[in-house]
Design a protein around this ligand. Structure first.
Ligand code: CA
Length: 235
């Protein structure tokens, strides 16, 4: 029998946690509970979970901090469960690195669908050797596989979770590997800012985040290269 996927529920309101746990069990997953941010972080760091459901307003350490700290170490999918719809914009602006957001009150059906799709997106190995693929939507650069059909990136078989912009930037560079793009060009082509309304540092920040996720040593990149005074390219 296939081992059950395990979900960590970080939620201080015990009645909500219990409802979540009940429904998650019914849907065929196993779970563990954490009732404050610190406990949530400690449990998450064991790496035994396939997905983390994270409340934001938590005692001891808030969900923002928990999310950041988990994301600094691992790519386990995180779904943030937030109280109000209007908070979403603010949360997205912080770029916590969460994978999905659900607002309270939520429908259990919607939440379970999100859980399923996030686990599916993160799990499963996709091991393709260079040259073995003829699908133009799968780009293979050494150990790096960018599958734009499945919206998936793996490095050495390990799934890497990227934000939308990180992903779009990577796809853009990977499709034209070796070609150098100026920051202005990337801002225009990836962000769609035509008259450079955007800040060029946006590009640098996104490149830097991508390196943190892709490179073995982000200070000595092997994929995402800088061409001094000219721009960036994928090697
Ligand atoms: Ca709470």
């Amino acid at each position: 029998m296939e081992e059950k996927k395990k979900i960590l529920i970080v939620e201080d309101e015990k009645n909500i946690a219990q409802v979540l746990a009940f429904n998650i069990t019914q849907a065929g997953y196993s779970y563990d509970l954490a009732f404050d941010g610190e406990e949530g972080l400690n449990k998450a760091m064991t790496g035994e979970f396939d997905l983390i459901l994270l409340d934001l307003m938590l005692p001891k350490m808030d969900g923002f901090e928990v999310c950041r700290r988990i994301r600094a170490k691992m790519s386990t999918p995180i779904i943030i469960v937030t109280a109000r719809e209007e908070e979403i914009d603010k949360i997205l602006g912080l770029d916590l690195g969460a994978d999905d957001y659900v607002t309270k009150p939520f429908s259990m059906k919607v939440l379970l669908a999100r859980i399923k799709s996030n686990i599916r997106r993160a799990a499963g190995e996709l091991v393709i050797n260079e040259g073995e693929t003829e699908n133009p939507n799968v780009i293979v650069v050494r150990d790096l596989v960018v599958d734009s059909d499945k919206y998936r990136v793996t490095n050495d078989g390990q799934p890497i979770l990227l934000t939308k912009k990180e992903y779009e930037l990577l796809v853009h560079l990977a499709k034209n590997a070796g070609k150098i793009y100026s920051r202005e060009a990337l801002l225009e082509e990836v962000w769609g800012y035509e008259d450079f309304y955007g800040d060029l540092r946006t590009v640098d920040v996104t490149v830097s985040r991508l390196r943190d996720k892709l490179e073995k040593d982000p200070a000595r990149p092997e994929y995402l290269m800088t061409k001094r005074g000219m721009g960036y390219y994928l090697k």
